[in-house]
Design a protein around this ligand. Structure first.
Ligand SMILES: [Zn+2]
Length: 115
């Protein structure tokens, strides 16, 4: 999974299909992401110390990772993401539509020597 916090993603399915937003949280174990302004629900809260008034609170709920696609920084399309090894040994994400790099995954290191 190549989605990270602060990425801009587009929602592909559901009520918010077509919406673009920033990734706020990623849950790698559950395979879910929380996207800004997407899947908003009203949470009913009781009166408490923190929230003396109680009432309804609007918050985002996590959505399935497979229902979002990364928006490419270079071509602006919601596209599938690949990972490739560069010559300096670093790994980067790339857009499968235009081929442009979309951020580093791991820092440069020596490539394993082929026997
Ligand atoms: Zn692209």
């Amino acid at each position: 999974m190549w989605i990270r916090v602060d990425d801009t993603v587009e929602v592909l399915t559901g009520d918010d299909a077509g919406t673009r937003g920033k990734v706020l949280r990623v849950d790698r174990n559950a395979g879910k992401v929380v996207v800004e302004h997407v899947n908003r629900v009203y949470k009913h809260v009781r009166r408490s110390q923190k929230n003396p008034q109680g009432g309804r609170l609007s918050t985002e709920m996590p959505i399935q990772l497979s229902n979002v696609a990364l928006v490419c920084a270079s071509c602006g399309a919601a596209s599938r993401i690949g990972a490739r090894l560069l010559d300096d040994g670093s790994k980067e994400r790339f857009c499968k539509k235009c081929g442009a790099g979309n951020g580093q995954i791991s820092p440069p290191k020596a490539r394993p020597v082929k026997k």
